[in-house]
Design a protein around this ligand. Sequence first.
Ligand code: CA
Length: 626
Amino acid sequence: MLTVALMACANKQARLENECLYSSRNAQFAFWSNIAEQMEVRLYDDAQTTTFEAVPLTKGDDDFWRAKVRGDLAGKYYTVRSFQNGAWSEESPGIFAKAVSVNGARAAILDLRQTNPDGWANDRRPEMTDPTDIVIYETHIRDFTMSPNSGVTHKGQFLGLAERVDYLKELGITHLQILPFFDYGSIDETKTISNNVKPSQTTSNLYNWGYDPVNYNVPEGGYSSDPYNPSARIREAKAMIMALHADGIRVVMDVVYNHTYNAEGCALGRVVPYYFYRMNADGTYANGSACGNETASDHEMMRQFMIESVCYWAREYHIDGFRFDLMGIHDQETMRQIRAALDEIDPSILTYGEGWSATAPAYPAEQLAMKKYTYLMPRVGAFSDDIRNALIGSPFDHERGFASGNPAGVKDVMRGLIACPEWSGEPAQHISYITCHDNYCLRDRIAVSAPEESQATQLRMNKLAQTAVLVSQGTAFLYGGEEVFRTKRGIDNSYQSPDSINVIAWENRSQFSDLYTYYRQMIAIRRAHKGFRLGAADAVKEHVEFLPTDNENLIIYAIKDLEGIDTAKSLIVLLNGSAKTAEAEIPEAEYTVLAHDGEADAQGLGLLRTNRVTVEPYSATILAQN
Ligand code: CA
């Protein structure tokens, strides 16, 4: 048994993240609740035992409940519970546990400094000179590593992703956005160890996207080599980040503050019942997430929780960016304060999210961080469903888009190319994309909307659509595996589909090497030409012109007067979204052909002196004026 000594704690700056401050001499506990009548911590000698030592907490004027326990508590576990409305809450690890037992049931006490992998002190964010240089690649740890052909030893793990950084470097992306890797609830971590070793010999489905948060400030145990060891997941997540940084790739974390796995069973709902959630007038949980609840970023301590949480990941794990799931559930003021707090750590940390919700949140619509208000949240980006729907069709139907032969969206493609200034504020706030983990992957999308076309034609449409993304003035975003023609076999919501559906089949890379090369070259073309990423909205207005054409399936996107900005005097992109070869008139000049008829080369495919060009069916021609 421990000797528990309770001492009056100094009233320090109230921070939610300091729920358990460890030193070798003592542990200081501090939990916030404005409604509790009593609170207590339960100290456990290990993760399983049911015997505990109860430590009563004392309320301070700031509504933080504190206790200090003498002794070196490393290796112990704790939970917290609160008494209000005549009843004790269930135990939980607290809202800001930084280390947990398997499946996140109890918080673990450890010295965080001991979780740093070798070399961590020298880990630095890779250079990033300009936010417009960014090319984001989204993946899931299992998608990326579980294939028998992944060449990865640590399949399904943080360490496995770290083994394939060279692939991402070769592709040329700058930021890796990883689907949720904080502790989530939908996978039983006790089952993942054997699975990691022998993926084919398990009957449990161990795949989930992970949009069901349990402990926001701890890495997911299912991605560690040993979910029973609280420090393993922390050390291995850091090792993954360090490996990516070493090859110049920044890491974006997918954060899901908009709802929790459940409300009654999660720490946010247990420690201070109802406070962190928006409630309906009838006492039920509001549900803008369509996952059973929605959090209340407009409540002071939920806002503070989000701010402290992202800052904790940025400082402790060196995370370089945050993608906010269903950001439209959060209020704009919270997003602005998150931006300001991250700026104090490093202004180059990215922030963007989904500017929508699943259903209407229980909050005034004009104050929410919806896409149309992006311009009110400087340097917070939003995904552009405008360019997505225009290029490949809306996820709510199976219609074709511009890139698959439907000219209806041509104006929206053009708006997307200039980063939808009516809502984006600055171009970098417009996340240009056509596919992500949600909805069909590109191969499947084109297959359902243009099923009568040959695969060769579908591949042309694929390249054309992605070309528009990569020449857009917004921030370019790619869904991982599109470059090797991944398929999810027609499943448009694979959140809990098995690995066999979700995994990227790396063997496709040789079969579809032409597609892979095209993606890699298009990324290189984007990164070589500043004209595709002018940066400021004013510059886009000044330099971009759409040249006239009477072909409704053709877009002629010209970026002019680039002396001093780009190596090219001007850039001309012709996008032909039809089955017919298109002809177009352009200013007479000598051009280097960067892309034509499904081929692309940043070094140039050849020279051309002309004022007329042809654009082959479903393809892009890109010209750089010499
Ligand atoms: Ca978990």
